[in-house]
Ligand binder design. Structure first.
Ligand SMILES: Nc1nc2c(ncn2[C@@H]2O[C@H](COP(=O)(O)OP(=O)(O)OP(=O)(O)O)[C@@H](O)[C@H]2O)c(=O)[nH]1
Length: 465
């Protein structure tokens, strides 16, 4: 998962001064670190200082770590704070109890720096994502609900019961036994894909784009570390979180795994309950991250992609066309005399009009790869990959008609009487001779001409000849 290094306030709860010293050394460079040496003190400090994360020892004098966790989770003031247990390896079976109390993860002693840092970072990112989602919800409750609904809808199948589509996990292991064990643990909750070699893993990862990859370190044709590094280098796969699953449990191996870009490290033999809960935590992070990304890339009024989204997609399509040599068409679209519409019918009615036009444009799209965005007040853009001037002109004509057919009255729109659109259409073959921004400016110039020539029309330029 691509993540920036988050900064936060870490509360360490441990009764061993040597552990406190060690944890202080690990985190002091990036985080603010505070300490408590018993459970009661930990609860007081959590309530007053509201840290971003609590690292909690299980064995404590007085009330133990489980009880501290329970009390923090019962308190509305502290229940949002993620808790990671610090535990001796022999207590790992107890960790199911920790998860039931509301902990998000655990780390075994003696500490592996990389594991600890990676897990704390993951939880800080997740906490930030959740906070941003809560803010978005408060700011734009209705918009938030729409996005959430559209995600849930795309997560549904129409298989009779409209069961939610399960998140996808790719399991990479050359041992059939290991695959079967994980399959038994995870198949009820997730859609599983399998690969038994490095090459197959890379191919399936690109084809399926799973939500998470569980990756064995030892593979017949390469090492899991190399697969991980390669997936992290590629744009299509770099955001997929990777968890190493291996019987190699030396500290060096774990460090190597986290350095390669893994988000977690699970040592065989698995404890099924622990695997289930860890996967659930990581996949919750993925789901929330995707929801937040959708929110930041969607226009709140019309619910179609926004300018930022357009910039990403346009760049991607430009480079794709540059590689393939295919033509690319750009439609710059602008509602005619919209200022007068607002002045005459009022701003709220203007919003209704914008929503109707956005819907008509979206419905007019012929291919899934045709991309529509709202990039300004009453300005929309469409990118049509692999479309020549003739095709794009036919399409633009159908778009003009779709808006006319909405029959939205606009008495101030000169002699038209209804809402209309002007379109600037540019077709080009991306090459080193024409720059991306230049193509957009040329499409804008065409739009300006369409306005000059009387609106409700297309003005075009073909740069492929
Ligand atoms: N209702 C509403 N109006 C908006 C929104 N964003 C921008 N506008 C309005 O859109 C109008 C755009 O006006 P202009 O850029 O002058 O263009 P125009 O009146 O459409 O004129 P031409 O483009 O030349 O046909 C302005 O009045 C903006 O206030 C919005 O989200 N909702």
């Amino acid at each position: 998962m691509t993540m920036q290094q988050p900064r936060g306030r870490v509360l360490v709860v441990d009764d061993q001064p040597s552990n406190i010293e060690l944890l202080h050394d690990i985190f002091k460079a990036v985080h603010e670190v505070e300490f408590a040496m018993d459970g009661e003190k930990a609860i007081d400090m959590a309530e007053s200082a509201l840290p971003d994360i609590v690292l909690l020892d299980v064995q404590l004098p007085g009330i133990d770590g489980f009880e501290v966790c329970k009390r923090l989770k019962d308190n509305p003031k502290t229940q949002h704070i993620p808790i990671i247990f610090l535990t001796a390896r022999r207590d790992v079976d107890d960790m199911v109890k920790g998860y039931k109390m509301g902990a998000v993860d655990y780390v075994t002693k003696p500490f592996n720096w990389f594991e600890l840092i990676a897990k704390v970072n993951t939880q800080l990112v997740l906490k930030d994502v959740k906070a941003e989602l809560r803010n978005a919800y408060q700011r734009e409750e209705q918009f938030f609900r729409q996005i959430q609904l559209s995600i849930e809808e795309s997560d549904m199948t129409l298989s009779g019961k409209r069961a939610p589509v399960r998140q996808k996990i790719l399991i990479v292991d050359d041992s059939v036994n290991s695959i079967e064990t994980l399959e038994n643990v995870l198949r009820d909750e997730y859609e599983l894909f399998f690969a038994t070699s490095a090459e197959e893993a890379k191919r399936v990862a690109i084809e399926v784009v799973p939500h998470l990859i569980m990756l064995d370190v030892v593979l017949p044709d390469s090492s899991g570390y190399e697969v991980c590094e390669e997936l992290k280098r590629q744009a299509e796969t770099q955001d997929i979180p990777i968890v190493f699953v291996t019987s190699r449990d030396s500290a060096e191996d774990e460090v190597r795994g986290f350095q390669a870009g893994a988000i977690d490290y699970i040592v065989k033999p698995y404890r099924p309950n622990i695997v289930t809960v860890r996967m659930r935590n990581l996949l919750e992070l993925v789901r929330n991250r995707d929801l937040l990304k959708r929110l930041t890339l969607t226009d709140a009024l019309t619910n179609i992609p926004n300018r930022r989204n357009f910039q990403e997609v346009y760049q991607r399509e430009w480079f794709r066309a540059l590689r393939s040599g295919e033509p690319l068409s750009i439609l710059m679209m602008d509602i005619d005399n919209f200022k007068r519409y607002n002045d005459y019918y009022g701003h709220p009615q203007g919003d209704v009009c914008l929503k109707k036009v956005a819907k008509a444009l979206y419905t007019a799209r012929k291919r899934n790869t045709d991309f529509l965005a709202r990039i300004g007040g009453e300005e929309f853009v469409m990118v049509l990959p692999n479309t020549d001037q003739d095709g794009a002109n036919n399409f633009a004509t159908s778009v003009l008609n779709a808006v006319r057919q909405l029959n939205i009255p606009h008495v101030q729109n000169e002699n038209k009487g209804q809402v209309t659109l002007s379109i600037g259409l540019l077709t080009c073959k991306p090459s080193h001779k024409i720059k991306r921004d230049e193509a957009l400016s040329l499409a804008d110039e065409c739009l300006y001409q369409a306005k000059q020539q009387g609106r409700d029309r297309i003005a075009q330029r073909d740069m492929t000849i």
